[in-house]
Design a protein around this ligand. Structure first.
Ligand SMILES: [Fe+2]
Length: 354
């Protein structure tokens, strides 16, 4: 090979570069490129993320979201959502490399038509009451702090027969699905799906210590549609009261699939954590870039030495392998968090550290 005969002689550096470039140009015509020019960026000693720790203050989100209510109807928009886009990946409609996040608004009297898609979705309800999400035949009313899942290919629609605007955090695995180029989606002829399961049916049916006889022994997503905040919050209090408070994560529960104890979805896993008054968390980092939403309280999370201050309904993101610690500044705080950890664990690539 011509390149192997090139030697480093004094004054020949230019010639070496020119010979290499000529070689690269030649091989590019055969759809090849030299690994040695890019190897150090492909195999890094530790994760290198372009993502930026970022907070979206709810006061801004709400004001701007309500303006969207003036300029486009839910029907015209199909889904009236403002994307929470990571400034380190502009134009990519993603908050981390694997996850999409947005805030959705539904005004009184509106509906968002039934559709389904390969991407799985979760909703974490921020503000307002009186709206519902209908998933797989269950119509569940949405309240602050509720965690609602819409699994891969599950038909879903939203509506607001109430009197208040309702806003929630949407997180979807769209970037993951699109990474694999496996996106399918479809609309239905009807605007709303027929629902014959009462609100709370799937929770009572599957998450009460029993399972319907004949329930599948294996299911890689939870059959529970809504994990209501009203049922989760007292569990956090129990953990706190008995001193079961992790020094990094606080009194934390993992939303579980009652069939197998695994994550609620194969691509996304979520937690709810109570950080007691005065909590000063020890540092933690993990390879799953994590989205946090504040259900209660006020505090600051130090990410890479810089504080992100937060209060109720703010959303913030910590990129992969950035060291962070939570601090509570007023009362007890409750943080919801979600990431692609189950996907990384399934692939055997997830790591954590301090
Ligand atoms: Fe959807």
């Amino acid at each position: 090979m011509a390149v192997a005969t090139v030697t480093e002689q004094p004054g020949s550096k230019h010639n070496v570069q020119a010979a290499r470039q000529a070689y690269y140009d030649k091989i590019s015509k055969f759809n090849m490129t030299p690994l040695w020019e890019v190897l150090k960026d492909l195999v890094t000693p530790e994760p290198k993320s372009k993502l930026v720790p970022t907070v979206w203050k709810f006061s801004d989100v709400k004001r701007l979201m309500l303006e969207a209510g003036d300029v486009i109807s839910a029907e015209e928009a199909e889904r009236r959502v403002l994307v929470l886009e990571n400034p380190g990946q502009p134009g990519k409609s993603r908050i981390t490399n694997s996850l999409f996040a947005g805030v959705q608004l539904i005004m009184p009297g509106e509906i968002a038509d039934v559709h389904r898609h390969v991407s799985s979705a979760i909703r974490f309800v921020l503000e307002g009451e009186g709206a519902y999400t209908a998933v797989e035949g269950e119509k569940t009313m949405m309240k602050h702090g509720d965690f609602i899942i819409t699994a891969n290919w599950a038909p879903h629609d939203h509506g607001n027969p109430g009197k208040q605007p309702v806003m929630w955090l949407d997180v979807l695995d769209m970037p993951t699905v699109n990474h694999f180029e496996t996106s399918f989606g479809e609309h239905y002829d009807e605007k709303m799906q027929k629902t014959n399961h009462a609100d709370g049916d799937s929770f009572d049916r599957y998450a009460s210590g029993v399972l319907p006889d004949g329930a599948p022994a294996h299911l890689n997503r939870s059959p529970v549609i809504n994990y209501p905040y009203a049922k989760m919050r007292p569990i956090l209090q129990r953990l706190k009261d008995t001193g079961d408070v992790d020094k990094r994560h606080g009194a934390r529960v993992r939303y579980a699939n009652p069939i197998n104890g695994g994550p609620v979805l194969p691509t996304m896993g979520a937690y709810l954590s109570l950080l007691p008054k005065g909590f000063k968390g020890e540092p933690y980092r993990s390879t799953d870039g994590t989205i946090f939403a504040v259900a209660e309280g006020q505090g600051a999370t130090i990410v890479d030495g810089k504080p992100i201050e937060w209060s109720v309904n703010d959303v913030f993101v910590v990129p992969p392998w950035k060291r962070y610690s939570h601090n509570v500044t007023s009362g007890d705080a409750v943080l919801f968090s979600i990431s692609d950890r189950p996907a990384q664990e399934a692939l055997g690539i997830w790591r954590e550290g301090n």
